[in-house]
Design a protein around this ligand. Structure first.
Ligand code: PEP
Ligand code: MG
Length: 424
């Protein structure tokens, strides 16, 4: 009886209305939130924003002018309320691909610059949530169904390994560290155990920093990791190594975000100028000394040769991951595979702009046997969509910053709930 009711609900669910508004993200800058109403309820989604943005990312639409120093998003909000909304009203939210393709067509540009990726993505996310509800499925199960193209019968879903960014540098912090993210990657079996280990390590590091540098060292950067007054990667890694004393199996991941230190056609970091070969030796030295398992964006986004060299030399030891290199873009992912430029992909929905294309990017990267890291952005909201996405597509890792600050914990706490549900 109940099942029949759900079936009727699923067949008849329709988008009744859609309303967008300007809200603020974790950096205190404007972003877009959407409320989408269907027969099954109201579904809310909001989008994040990066600081180290890849050249090939889908474009956010910003208003310009004086308000919010040009960063307002009322044009994107208007595009949802006046252009996208009327066109998707009445549609079945379970038709994710059809709705995403309609928005791509309405935009008509290669990089979503007309309507704005920040207009298209929150609608796509809200539609996905509504689609899941129309099928009476948890979001991660519904995404898994879309990903596999089949109903979720006897699924063995896994919660990915979390990567916690506990020391912030680069464009995310007001210190002199050039490498952007120093992540710890605990190796316990359960997500809940990894979260606990990360929290303990984070609190331990806080004490170490305070003892070494005083109170100012425990201020945090954009992703909730500490931003101590240090300037060398080896200093950060030595401090982290001290914090890992009682957690010997914990690994380390680095997001170099090297496009940020590619200046005047040279790699400039830690007060020195590096050639490509010199930078490769610098990384080799770090991976010899510390338990590093992946390097994200070790070279600048258009330095294919640098990526090729490091993949050739080090990918038997660590995973070379592309973020700015790939921008969750199938064209770039294919090119990177052809050039053997990396073995892992950062996946950020707002780099490409729809959920359908995000899932396609994961499929493509996985078809090359690459590792998948689903990622937040440095300016984020408390939306926890990426947690369900990571489980639904069977990602290997997820990164959502430190085990601190609300917008970061929203994702980790959602994964705790998903793990509980999967276990039971
Ligand atoms: C990243 O570079 O992986 C990242 C999360 O930072 P941002 O959002 O600033 O691009
Ligand atoms: Mg990155």
């Amino acid at each position: 009886m109940v099942k029949n009711l759900f079936m009727v609900k699923s067949l008849n669910s329709k988008i009744k209305s859609i309303k967008a508004r300007e809200i603020l993200n974790s950096r205190g800058e404007p972003t877009v939130e959407v409320e989408l109403k269907t027969d099954d309820g109201i579904f809310v989604a909001s989008v994040p924003s990066g600081a180290s943005i890849g050249e090939n990312e889908a474009k956010e639409l910003r208003d310009g002018g004086k308000k919010y120093f040009g960063k307002g998003v009322l044009k994107a909000v208007g595009n949802i309320n006046k252009i996208i909304g009327p066109r998707i009203k009445g549609k079945n939210p379970a038709k994710q691909k059809e709705i995403d393709e309609l928005m791509i067509k309405l935009d008509g540009t290669k990089d979503k610059s007309k309507l704005g990726a920040n207009a298209i993505l929150p609608v796509s996310m809200a539609v996905c949530r509504a689609g899941a509800a129309s099928k009476d499925l948890s979001l991660y199960k519904y995404i898994s169904q879309i990903y596999r193209g089949s109903p979720p019968v006897n699924l063995t879903l896994m919660v990915p390994t979390p990567c916690f960014n506990i020391i912030n540098g680069g464009t995310h912090a007001g210190n002199k560290l050039d490498i952007q993210e120093f992540m710890i990657v605990p190796q316990k079996k359960l997500f809940s155990e990894n979260l606990r280990a990360a929290s303990e390590i984070y609190q331990g590091l806080k004490k170490i920093l305070k003892n070494n540098f005083g109170e100012q060292a425990i201020n945090v950067g954009d992703e909730g990791g500490f931003a101590p007054p240090i300037s060398h990667a080896s200093e950060a890694l030595n401090l982290i190594s001290q914090a890992l004393k009682n957690y010997p199996d914990t690994k380390i991941g680095l997001d170099c975000a090297a496009s940020q230190y590619w200046k005047d056609k040279k790699y400039q970091l830690e007060g020195a100028v590096f050639t490509k070969e010199g930078l490769l030796i610098f990384y080799e030295d770090l991976i010899k000394k510390y338990p590093i398992i992946f390097l994200e964006d070790p070279f600048s986004e258009n330095d294919w040769q640098g990526f090729q060299e490091i993949t050739k030399k080090l990918s038997n030891k660590i995973i070379i991951v592309g973020d700015d290199l790939l921008c969750t873009n199938p064209r770039r992912i294919k090119e990177a595979e052809k050039k053997n430029a990396c073995r892992g992909a950062i996946i950020k929905p707002n780099q490409i702009g729809t959920i359908t294309e995000t899932i396609e990017a994961v499929k493509l990267a996985k078809s090359f046997n690459w590792k998948i890291i689903i990622s937040h952005r440095s300016g984020d909201t408390c939306d926890d969509f990426i947690s369900d996405l990571a489980v639904g597509v069977g990602a290997d890792f997820i990164k959502s910053g430190a085990p601190a600050r609300g917008e970061r914990l929203a994702k980790y706490n959602r994964l705790l709930k998903i793990e509980e549900e999967i276990k039971s």
